[in-house]
Design a protein around this ligand. Structure first.
Ligand SMILES: CC(=O)SCCNC(=O)CCNC(=O)[C@H](O)C(C)(C)COP(=O)(O)OP(=O)(O)OC[C@H]1O[C@@H](n2cnc3c(N)ncnc32)[C@H](O)[C@@H]1OP(=O)(O)O
Length: 231
């Protein structure tokens, strides 16, 4: 069953995907609720509605990935992070179908030669979820493509925070991204990340060689490990 909210969401979606940042949220969702008693006769503010949607979808995403804590919530959204929310009315009324949270990270990463480098403001995929009833129907691709266009990013330049097995399969299927470069942190980089970084990536700037430490730690597969543990 899809997620239901105590308010009509259609006014929030002038198109099927919207871009939300921290400044348009009310992180103190508790102060917005309960509906409609505290706002008798009034619609809850859109910032309250968006915050509630993000909290609910963040929780569903965590559940789907077997995580104890949500990666995405209204109060944790940093100023440089963006949440893309997707909705449709395929069932006759508007429903929220997906969430994609992205941001930028200053990462110390290993290149293909094992050299340790610093990349400032690396495009980062932080949380991604399509409702179970809509998975494997191309909705994820739609949302991801929209995000890439709005952010001005390309898939191979994105770092991915602790990708799940489904995420790895998604990147392989839609972007032919299969070969990862082992890192000592939770982020996965794909081959192609280091190709011509200055000219082809708008955001992966500030490349600095910081040594040649070789470390093949695989600490980035937390979500995947968790999934497997749950299987
Ligand atoms: C950084 C992170 O956020 S990692 C966490 C990613 N999120 C999750 O794992 C939560 C649960 N999964 C999902 O929400 C979704 O499956 C997403 C967001 C990963 C992909 O969204 P979808 O709408 O399913 O993607 P879309 O339909 O465009 O592409 C389908 C492809 O994704 C991958 N995929 C999606 N679901 C599955 C699955 N159950 N098993 C294996 N691969 C899957 C496959 O490559 C699939 O292609 P296929 O059906 O030909 O095998």
């Amino acid at each position: 069953m899809m997620v239901e909210f105590a308010f009509d969401i259609k006014h929030l979606f002038p198109q099927s995907i919207i871009r939300v940042q921290a400044h348009s949220l009310s992180p103190e969702v508790a102060q917005c609720r309960p509906y409609p008693q505290t706002n008798r006769g009034q619609q809850p503010r859109s910032s309250c509605r968006l915050s509630e949607i993000i909290n609910v979808m963040g929780k569903l995403s965590a559940d789907a990935q077997g995580l104890c804590h949500a990666v995405t919530s209204a109060d944790k959204l940093a100023p440089d992070q963006v949440v893309y929310l997707m909705a449709d009315k395929a069932a006759g009324h508007w429903e929220i179908t997906g969430l994609l949270k992205v941001g930028t990270k200053d990462l110390f990463v290993f290149d293909q030669g094992g050299c340790y480098r610093r990349f400032n403001k690396t495009p980062a995929i932080l949380d991604f979820y399509v409702h179970e009833s809509r998975q494997r129907c191309g909705q994820g691709k739609l949302l991801f493509e929209w995000m890439l266009e709005k952010q001005g990013w390309s898939a191979q330049k994105c770092s991915v925070d602790r990708p799940s097995n489904k995420m790895l399969a998604f990147m392989a299927k839609h972007y032919d991204l299969v070969r990862t470069i082992p890192q000592g942190n939770n982020f996965v980089l794909y081959e192609g990340f280091f190709d011509d970084p200055i000219t082809t990536s708008k955001s992966a700037s500030g490349l600095q060689a910081t040594g040649s430490i070789r470390n093949q730690s695989q600490g980035h597969f937390k979500r995947q490990e968790h999934e497997q543990a749950q299987d």
